[in-house]
Design a protein around this ligand. Structure first.
Ligand code: 5GP
Ligand code: ZN
Length: 125
């Protein structure tokens, strides 16, 4: 069990972070899903017919930041609902989550990619 308090909608943001701005509603980005802890929106450069990102409202860089497991539960708990809203819950979907430079992380605010809408390439890396 982590000693870190659970994330709330009032948790800190990084004012230079593009995903914090999206989570705060400062940019005109249509949301696929929102609850008290996370928002989901379509990737600006989709790599599949469905490519949606789920992010915490709290600024967390990646898993190396050791986010509260409860927060991770909220992120992963949103995956199926996002897939359902995008119409890929029955056909199948993949989630990808990059941590750090070698993984190809380019936006340093924790996010999960939800990919689907066609048969995806076999292989992970
Ligand atoms: P990463 O490579 O860090 O795992 O993924 C970052 C993702 O964020 C990329 O797929 C990129 O296309 C997406 N992205 C970067 N900036 C923006 C933005 O301003 N809006 C949206 N919707 N997606 C973005
Ligand atoms: Zn951020």
């Amino acid at each position: 069990m982590s000693a870190t308090p659970a994330a709330t909608p009032d948790t800190p943001v990084d004012t230079d972070c593009i995903f914090c701005k999206i989570a705060a509603g400062e940019l005109d980005v249509p949301l696929v899903y929102e609850d008290d802890y996370v928002v989901a929106f379509d990737d600006i450069s989709p790599q599949a017919p469905v490519h949606t990102l789920i992010i915490p409202k709290q600024h967390v860089v990646n898993l190396t930041d050791k986010p509260d497991p409860e927060l991770l539960g909220h992120i992963f708990g949103a995956v199926h609902e996002v897939a359902r809203r995008k119409g890929i819950d029955e056909s199948g979907y993949r989630i990808v989550q990059n941590n750090g430079v070698d993984a190809g992380q380019t936006v340093f605010h924790l996010h999960v990619h939800v990919l689907g809408g066609r048969e995806l390439m076999v292989g992970m890396a």
